[in-house]
Design a protein around this ligand. Structure first.
Ligand code: SF4
Ligand code: SF4
Length: 215
């Protein structure tokens, strides 16, 4: 059947009328900031306290655009007679975002949770050489990393949270048992008094598990 003359025009006008009445999806950037999804790949943030300079991210980066410099430092033994240890100290951590292809491999392979995606995207430069960003800038971007979403109902508890909770439970149980033990020590005989109460006082450091839970 031959098309009715002018039907194409009518269809086009119908589409125009339909879209004219819909709410616009464009935003007046930069006056209006876009609402980005929390997992947007804007830029990479470095949480340098977690970085052990293992070099895994730099080795796995397909573009070789992560630059890390470090030196070794000797740590004195924790106890007299112990051995000295050496540890890596980070001197430079930079990413060349003119080469980065936002594959996320560095973030995936980091065994110490030191790299994160931030939705920050306003770091355009007029000179391509300025797209190599150093550790201070990468550290600043850490503050723009959104908090992880809440777990689904019935989801398995993360390992670090479970470990922190177990430690806190153990401490609470030890503290709850403390008065009974102290009484027992007193009853067992006065000569034992100097050793008994001295030691239970030491493990009162409930701050540590809380910090682990946050990480
Ligand atoms: S996102 Fe990919 S390309 Fe960019 S620094 Fe990480 S590993 Fe390299
Ligand atoms: S993989 Fe992680 S811990 Fe290792 S050097 Fe890279 S950022 Fe640091």
């Amino acid at each position: 059947m031959a098309p009715i003359p002018g039907s194409g025009l009518a269809k086009g006008l119908a589409v125009t009328l339909r879209t004219m009445t819909r709410k616009s999806v464009t935003a007046q950037y930069p006056d209006t900031q876009p609402e980005l999804p929390p997992r947007s790949r804007g830029v990479i943030g470095l949480f340098e306290e977690n970085c052990t300079v293992c070099m895994l991210c730099a080795r796995e980066c397909p573009d070789w655009c992560i630059y890390i410099d470090s030196h070794k430092e000797t740590v004195p033994p924790a106890a007299p007679g112990g051995r000295e240890r050496s540890r890596n100290v980070l001197d430079r951590f930079a990413i060349d975002f003119s080469l980065c292809m936002y594959c996320g491999i560095c973030i995936e392979v980091c065994p110490f949770d030191a790299l994160f995606w931030s939705p920050e995207f306003e770091y355009a430069e007029t000179d391509i050489r300025d797209l190599t960003h150093e550790r201070d800038k990468l550290r600043e971007w850490m503050w723009t990393v959104p908090a992880p979403p809440a777990l689904d109902a019935g989801a398995e508890e993360p390992k670090e949270v479970a470990a922190a909770r177990k430690t806190a439970d153990k401490l609470a149980a030890a503290q709850a048992a403390e008065p009974g033990q102290a009484a027992g020590t007193q009853r067992a005989g006065e000569p034992g008094q100097p050793d008994g109460p001295g030691q239970p006082g030491t493990p009162r450091q409930p701050g540590t598990p809380g910090q682990e839970g946050r990480a």
